[in-house]
Design a protein around this ligand. Structure first.
Ligand code: ZN
Length: 336
């Protein structure tokens, strides 16, 4: 694999990757401290690909970007519903009153998460963590947060959208961008491929240096998102290997086929390690050290449990391991 740049651009700065394709970053207040966004030249201005978290910091950086551009924003396209991607989509799309593009599942999921639990009890969330075998005090900590997490960092979404579907082609200033849907990291994640420019905007579906989180979260504890992910990765090997991949985190790179193989191998290693560990009866909690070598903070714990569970759901569905609910209401997993 080859990286096209040695380091990240400073937030708010614009880098031309190819004529009419600009790269910029916005800061994130997490361990992963940035997100890459892209701008595509349109006839009437610029189309924004992903938007950053809905915070005042990101807004003021965007204001600086708007000032630097030689035209207005003419559309907003979001790869998937996660807050660092969709955070300011509504703010930008409604400020310029322009079309807003998203896939259907991502759009409506984002609207639903934005609306919160709407007063529904948290019993199911508590059960999800309890069944994973976490200590009661930790379960309380993880489930006692406010219902407003998502909407606190996502500005109100536009109340209408333009639907992106797998296989369709968006023509932007005579450039053809093919929509390729990837699943597993999020339910209907949009990637954009331009054959002439040999550019793939991969969002979070394909990342260099780090692996996209593949989780089974409390919203759908039985989800087999790892199968979704492994089923929608190989299609990218039918694209030319010399495409420039523009990911949502870390650096633009070349070497798509190798990265797809590495991502598949990474999950296969985790599946093998979990299978070995399940020679004895295990719980999600007892298996976390098999997948994660470092100490997990509460923030990371939610992702770690979901990632571990997605692998276990995969192994159960493939018949490699079985699970049963023990007397304490915790799932135990064992080979055979
Ligand atoms: Zn994401």
């Amino acid at each position: 694999m080859k990286y096209l740049y040695e380091e990240q651009v400073a937030p708010g700065e614009l880098v031309e990757i190819s004529p009419g394709v600009l790269w910029l970053t916005m800061p994130l207040p997490f361990e992963l401290d940035h997100i890459n966004l892209y701008l595509l030249r349109d006839k009437a201005g610029w189309i924004v690909i992903d938007t950053g978290l809905g915070t005042s910091t990101t807004k003021s950086l965007w204001e600086q970007v708007f000032d630097q551009l030689d035209g207005p924003i003419s559309g907003v396209l979001v790869t998937h519903l996660h807050p660092d991607h969709v955070g300011l989509a509504g703010w930008i799309a409604d400020k310029f009153d322009v079309p807003f593009y998203m896939s259907q599942t991502e759009y409506f999921s984002a609207r639903a998460f934005g609306a919160g639990k709407n007063g529904a009890p948290k019993t199911r969330d508590v059960r999800y963590f309890h069944q994973a075998g976490l200590e009661a005090s930790l379960v309380t900590q993880l489930t006692s947060g406010s219902d407003k997490g998502y909407s606190s960092v996502v500005s109100p979404l536009p109340v209408s959208y333009s639907r992106l579907k797998h296989g369709m082609v968006l023509t932007i200033n005579q450039q053809r961008w093919q929509i390729i849907i990837g699943k597993g990291h999020s339910p209907e994640h949009v990637c954009l491929f331009n054959q002439d420019k040999k550019i793939l905007i991969s969002g979070d579906h394909i990342l260099p240096m780090i692996t996209p989180n593949i989780g089974a979260y409390s919203t759908e504890p039985e989800a087999n998102t790892l199968k979704d992910y492994l089923d929608t990765l190989p299609q990218f090997k039918s694209l030319p290997d010399d495409v420039i991949v523009l990911p949502a985190h870390k650096l633009p790179f070349m070497g798509l086929h190798q990265r797809v193989d590495e991502l598949i191998a990474h999950h296969q290693e985790h599946l093998n390690a979990l299978t070995d560990a399940c020679q004895q009866s295990q719980t999600v909690a007892s298996l976390l050290p098999v997948m994660f070598k470092r100490e997990l903070s509460n923030g990371n714990m939610v992702f770690a449990v979901a990632e571990c569970l997605s692998h276990l759901n995969y192994l159960v569905s493939e018949g490699v391991i079985t699970r049963h609910l023990n007397m304490n209401g915790v799932y135990e997993y064992i080979q055979g």
